[in-house]
Design a protein around this ligand. Structure first.
Ligand SMILES: Nc1nc2c(c(=O)[nH]1)N[C@H]1C(S)=C(S)[C@@H](COP(=O)(O)O)O[C@H]1N2
Ligand SMILES: [Mo]
Length: 512
């Protein structure tokens, strides 16, 4: 039996005990084979999150959504810890049960992460649980009412007891926070995995050469023709960017094939590499949004790799699987119909950055990223088309996902003021595979043709611009593109779910 404490100090003691356990978890999470329990549990929450909640979180918190998720997990755990503290006043076993449940939850979530070892995780989390319970026991014994009761012989002044208890809990909490922060900082610094910066890529067998004159529109503020790697949008379900070690990494091609193929990184680089200029779009991109980029990719043609494996006639789907378990699948035809589908190792003249899938990812022009562009690629599995689905498909997104024609006004910025006279209007436009034939801009109800710069390829986005005389007052500008088959981008509006947004991007400007 633990000395009985009153409610509030007991709750504080419980929260502080959980803080100590979680902080230790951050430290022990640095050990290879063990994961931070907070990260592991948060990671498990992601696939369980209902889509509207997820969409809301991304909208409200943007790229901070993952930090907010981990913070939420921590706060929830501290709250349950407070309850455990209150339970422990009556019976310490109550707290033991709660902490043990925490340990089991953390273990299950950790083991679901890549690169964890069950035995190590069990040892580490047992240490966390034991430390948390130890701290709880000590704190409860020091709580004001407990000291009062225990100290009948030499009565302690209650306010003094309360103050020294609060100081003790505060100290424990602060120590836990510092420990956890140190764990995070070290985790960030300790480089496990190969550093992409140290990798040297061979010259392409098929190089695209300089960007041709006339491919760039002469306009300040327009999206760069090739999106720099550190400005390229990023979408992934992994809470921490996977760090792959080239010594142990390989790409396995298996499933409905005649012979399994396994390639090391060096094997991949020994293949003839090709350069491909292609846009990559996220299906979640809203009209006018920034979840689309354009890069010069370097990689091995996918058809060549599939030929090596030899396709079984039953193979209907190419399913990329990442080291973190993410999957994306597309029809086999998209790998074989002559488009530049590649296993990419380079992006804009550099090895793939970690955030964009080092050491290798799939890039399939004309398909949205969620069905095609598997990062941190570990496996290419050939499966039947029916009955096997990539990560996002059971979550309400279409299985077939060709990119829809899109266009965006970058200049002038929506809501800005411009000077009267010839106003420069410019932006980018893209299609699935057919190139951009024409771009039209509407001002005050009248459509005019913009000048489309020379395309890098039919798969890349193009820059376009025009000059339009505008008189004073408010104006609304809209844009639409026409693809290589003469199809005009539909007016919509259609939301991103389930197969991509449709609509003409509009901006309002005030001409002064
Ligand atoms: N392993 C893995 N690959 C992934 C994803 C992911 O969550 N995990 N997201 C996909 C989605 S939805 C898109 S739009 C693209 C985005 O690629 P980028 O982050 O390099 O821009 O990656 C795809 N590949
Ligand atoms: Mo996406």
């Amino acid at each position: 039996m633990s000395p009985s404490a009153s409610r509030r100090p007991a709750a504080l003691a419980g929260a502080a005990a959980v803080a100590v356990a979680l902080a230790l978890g951050e430290l022990l999470g640095l050990v290879p084979g063990v994961a931070s329990p907070v990260t592991a549990v948060s990671q498990q929450v992601i696939p369980l999150t209902p889509q509207p909640v997820e969409a809301w979180a991304i909208r409200v918190f943007g790229t901070a959504d993952k930090a907010v998720l981990e913070l939420g997990t921590t706060v929830l755990a501290l709250g349950v810890g407070a309850l455990a503290g209150v339970l422990a006043r009556r019976r310490f076993t109550g707290a033991v049960v709660v902490f043990a449940a925490f340990g089991l939850l953390g273990t299950a979530a950790s083991v679901a992460q890549p690169d964890t070892a069950l035995a190590l995780v069990v040892v580490a989390l047992s240490v966390c649980v034991a430390a948390g319970l130890g701290v709880l026991h000590v704190l409860l014994a020091r709580s004001p009412s407990a000291t009062r009761r225990a100290a009948v012989a030499s009565p302690v002044d209650p306010p003094v007891a309360r103050r020294s208890f609060l100081r003790l809990v505060g100290g424990v909490g602060a120590a836990a926070a510092v420990t956890a922060a140190t764990g995070r900082i070290v985790a960030d610094r300790v480089t496990t995995g190969t550093d992409p910066a140290g990798v040297e890529l061979p010259r392409p067998a098929r190089a695209l050469g300089e960007v041709p004159a006339g491919a760039r529109a002469p306009v300040d503020g327009i999206s760069p023709l090739l999106t720099p790697n550190d400005e390229f949008f990023r979408i992934d379900t992994a809470l921490t960017v996977p760090r792959v070690d080239l010594d142990t990494w390989s790409l396995r091609i298996h499933g409905l094939v005649e012979r399994e193929v396994e390639l090391s990184y060096d094997d991949l680089l020994a293949e003839p590499l090709v350069e491909v200029d292609s846009a990559l779009a996220c299906v979640s991109n809203e009209v006018g949004g920034s979840l689309v980029g354009n890069a010069r990719w370097l990689g091995v043609p996918l058809d060549r790799l599939l030929e090596r494996a030899g396709l079984d006639p039953a193979a209907g789907q190419v399913l990329g699987r990442a080291v973190d378990g993410f999957t994306a699948g597309f029809p086999v035809e998209a790998a074989l119909d002559g488009r530049d589908a590649i296993v990419a190792v380079g992006m804009n003249g550099h090895p793939l950055p970690r955030r964009h899938g080092f050491p290798a990812r799939l890039v399939v022009p004309g398909l949205y990223g969620y069905v095609s562009a598997t990062k941190w690629l570990a496996e290419i599995e050939l499966t039947p088309w029916e009955g096997v689905e990539g990560y996002w498909v059971p979550r309400g997104w279409d299985k077939q996902a060709p990119v829809k024609t899109g266009s965006r006004i970058d200049v002038p910025v929506d809501g800005s003021s411009v000077e009267a006279g010839e106003v420069v209007v410019a932006g980018v436009a893209w299609t699935a595979r057919t190139g951009v034939e024409r771009v039209e801009v509407e001002v005050d109800g009248r459509w005019r043709e913009a000048e489309v710069s020379r395309p890098l390829s039919d798969d890349a986005w193009v820059q376009w611009h025009t000059r339009i005389p505008l008189d004073g007052g408010a104006h609304r500008l809209r844009v639409r593109a026409v693809d290589g088959e003469g199809e005009t981008q539909p007016e919509g509006p259609v939301p991103p779910r389930p197969n991509g947004a449709e609509g003409w991007h509009a901006v309002e400007v005030e001409v002064g």
